[in-house]
Design a binder for this molecule. Structure first.
Ligand SMILES: Cc1cc2nc3c(=O)[nH]c(=O)nc-3n(C[C@H](O)[C@H](O)[C@H](O)COP(=O)(O)O)c2cc1C
Length: 148
């Protein structure tokens, strides 16, 4: 089973840190949503994992745009979602699942961990979720991917 992670990580590379950890330890492949995506052979993959930092309560909108632009390849695959966020208390999974639902997709699994956050007022107090993702977060992310 081939897995591709499509990720967005624009604040502190928190999400990318997790993705890179997975890439080092598995044969999973990944692309950054900001990179040129013209030559991705999506049909080769069985599983697609959408990973993003949380920005204003949701994944980066370019993830959803990618889904829409590649609808015929995305539908029919197993879909998974991974996020890093400053806060753990908010139900981002529900928001993301609703976004997938309106695009006729269902997530088969969700992973979330904290990610260092210095956006807006958090900067004044030295940031939120400092030190994350840490070793445990990355191991948990790796186990999530190994179990899909
Ligand atoms: C513009 C912006 C908005 C954010 N909004 C939220 C938010 O609504 N909820 C939250 O928990 N974290 C929020 N964060 C924190 C990020 O989700 C967190 O730092 C995440 O790990 C960033 O991932 P990245 O470094 O891969 O981009 C926000 C960060 C930025 C820069």
């Amino acid at each position: 089973m081939k897995t591709l992670i499509i990720y967005c990580s624009i604040h502190h590379n928190n999400t990318e840190k997790i993705v890179n950890y997975i890439l080092e330890k598995t044969d999973v492949e990944a692309i950054n949503i900001l990179d040129n995506k013209d030559n991705i052979a999506l049909f080769e993959y069985d599983n697609l994992v959408f990973a993003s930092g949380i920005y204003y309560g949701n994944m980066d909108s370019r993830i959803y745009k990618f889904i829409e632009e590649n609808k015929e390849h995305v539908s029919g695959k197993k879909i998974f979602t991974m996020i890093t966020s400053g806060l753990m208390s908010v139900k981002y999974e529900d928001t993301i699942n609703k976004e997938l639902d309106v695009r006729d997709l269902v997530s088969s699994g969700f992973y979330q961990c904290r990610g260092y956050d210095t956006y807006g007022p958090w900067k004044l107090i030295g940031g939120l979720s400092k030190g994350h993702p840490n070793e445990d977060d990355m191991e948990n992310a790796l186990n999530f991917i190994k179990n899909i």
